[in-house]
Design a protein around this ligand. Structure first.
Ligand SMILES: NC(=O)c1ccc[n+]([C@@H]2O[C@H](COP(=O)([O-])OP(=O)(O)OC[C@H]3O[C@@H](n4cnc5c(N)ncnc54)[C@H](OP(=O)(O)O)[C@@H]3O)[C@@H](O)[C@H]2O)c1
Length: 248
């Protein structure tokens, strides 16, 4: 029986690292993201066969189709869901316009709410499951210029805790990881080359009490912990994995 872990935004960064670690544990990654070629590139790196399902989380129809495909995977039981996909738009609280707010919330929150609603009945039927939301340290404490992003992540934290309250009776756990600054394609500095990249990382390292920015595996290890049996008495937790930046 395949043990499925559905991971959104699995084509790069934290989602990719989580998929690879999950596959090393013998869990079957179900990779969701907008671009099939990115998902397939991760699929071939997994330790066991995985599934790639293209899905734009801002499109309700895509999510319905993805749910059908997940439910049709033969000889499987769903053990986990990682709500990880996200976009990071710069938009300050005094700037006019709702469009960045809509975009930010559609992908980071609403798409995940629809996907999760579609999978909860399976978890309930099995009386087991672990859901991990990838939030952000900015969901705990916003910084200037990224208010819509920060608000979407604060909402993600609150939503996770509401779910944890409601789903505990069904033995379904729901937790959040709040990454700090992590070197992934979501940041422009990720694609800098050679000396420029070294300089950028050097400039940012002292922002963290632990003296370095994070890598995707730092976050993936915590996600794997929250997905698995080692955290079997943990639900509703908001876990900072951020080199201590939240304290500064
Ligand atoms: N890196 C950091 O410093 C940091 C810090 C705190 C929190 N986070 C959070 O960590 C999560 C993962 O980000 P990352 O840092 O690993 O960056 P990333 O490599 O850019 O990953 C984000 C993923 O989300 C997917 N995605 C974006 N919009 C989507 C949509 N509408 N539908 C489906 N998939 C979509 C992207 O793939 P496609 O473009 O192919 O769809 C991409 O693979 C995000 O939620 C982010 O907010 C990151």
């Amino acid at each position: 029986m395949k043990k499925l872990v559905v991971i959104t935004g699995a084509g790069s960064g934290i989602g990719e690292a989580t998929a690879l670690l999950a596959s090393q544990k013998g869990w079957t990654p179900v990779l969701l993201g907008r671009r099939l070629e990115k998902l397939q590139a991760v699929e071939v790196k997994c330790s066991i066969p995985a599934y790639s399902i293209p899905c734009d989380l801002s499109q309700s129809r895509d999510i319905e189709q993805a749910l059908q495909k997940i439910l049709a995977i033969p000889n499987s039981s769903l053990i986990g869901l990682v709500n990880n996909a996200g976009i990071f738009l710069r938009h300050g609280p005094t700037e006019n316009g709702l469009e960045p707010w809509r975009k930010q919330f559609e992908t980071n929150l609403f798409g995940h709410i629809q996907l999760t609603q579609g999978l909860i009945p399976i978890f309930q039927e099995q009386k087991q499951g672990s859901i991990v939301n990838v939030s952000s340290t900015l969901g705990l404490r916003p910084t200037a210029g990224v208010s819509a992003y920060s608000a979407s992540k604060a909402a993600m934290n609150s939503w996770a805790q509401s779910l944890a309250l409601e789903l505990g009776k069904d033995h379904i756990r729901v937790n959040c990881v709040c990454p700090g600054l992590v070197d992934t394609p979501i940041h422009a500095f990720h694609d800098l080359k050679n000396d420029e990249k070294i300089k950028a990382l050097e400039n940012m390292k002292d922002l963290q009490p632990l003296g370095r920015i994070g890598n995707p595996e730092d976050i993936a290890k915590s996600i794997i912990f929250l997905l698995g049996e080692d955290s079997s008495w943990t639900t509703g937790a908001i876990l900072s994995v951020d080199g201590g930046i939240n304290l500064t």
